[in-house]
Design a protein around this ligand. Sequence first.
Ligand code: OSB
Ligand code: MG
Length: 369
Amino acid sequence: MKIKSIELIEINLPLVHFFETSFGRTYERRIILARVEDDKGNEGWGECTAGETPSYSEEWTNSCWEVLQHILAPMVIGKEVASAENVWDIMKEIRGNRMAKATIETACWDLEAKKLNIPLWRHLGGVNQVIACGVSIGIQDTVDELLEKIQTELDTGYQRIKIKISPKWDYDVIAKVRETFGDIPLMGDANSAYTLADTELFKRMDDFNLMMFEQPLPHDDIIDHAKLQREVKTPICLDEPIKSPEDARKAIELKSGKIINLKNGRVGGHNQSKKIEKICREAGIPVWCGGMLESGIGRAHNIAISTLAGYTMPGDVSASKRYWHEDIIEPAVEVSLTGTIVAPEGAGIGFEIKRDRIDKLMVRRVEIK
Ligand code: OSB
Ligand code: MG
């Protein structure tokens, strides 16, 4: 394939409900979309999962826009690429900036699958057309509001509940959730809010029988996580520090955790997700697909990659309506009463792009040729 042009579009999309993690609250997303077009007129879409501030990672909307416009897009345009699988290699000499890279890389996969007229999930090597879904519920103003939200998601059919935790929202909150809902599949995500000084707290939280503690310790750590894992029974799940196949290999070798939350954006796209999925599958480490409050395009890519064999636990891939009054794809992502999503049979991501809606939400746009 030969990419002829890349259109970058930033949209503003208000969330149905604010989302709070240990690093802050988000009310409105600033999302960059990429539309890539080849010399034959085929097109593909990707979404940048960077946040509005460099809090989850160093990348954020503005840094990605700069890197995409001035560095990555010019690198990819006009190059003869054997397949979408090789787009990662073209951008290899640029360090980091993985969310920016994934924006273009995933768009090229969509384009290629559309060109081949096959669903993206099959093109990626997916085997499970039906994926298991969980929800991630942010920190609320009150515990009662959290309990209400959990009830709603359980009634909807989601297969597991993840709650965000932080030093002001942990032990007592989880105790209340267990007391109210009993033995539901439950986990906590700290987004790096603790240190080894909190080891005793995590030992006490072992009593809650959580499915996992996600990212309790600093965002760039895999050493202290290994120490903590030796002290607690609950499996540790790594999110932030696993940015490459090499990171995954090292974390597995060090026994830094027993589960990996795999995010396309964090690792640089489908090629890298596929490599990490394989490493984990061969090592007996389950992975699940994380979310970054994506609009429909990123969500569709998450559905596709979640069909790979190693994605054996329910992910944070949930219905569009939990986030958006109206999505930018059609149909919106819907979840069955048993908490599953069926990967679509249409070519590429398998959802229609609502270009009119995107244009209405647009705050800036640039086309690189
Ligand atoms: O740590 O998984 C995370 C959202 C933004 C940044 C980081 C995380 C999250 C989530 C939301 O947990 C998952 C979702 O998109 O539903
Ligand atoms: Mg996380």
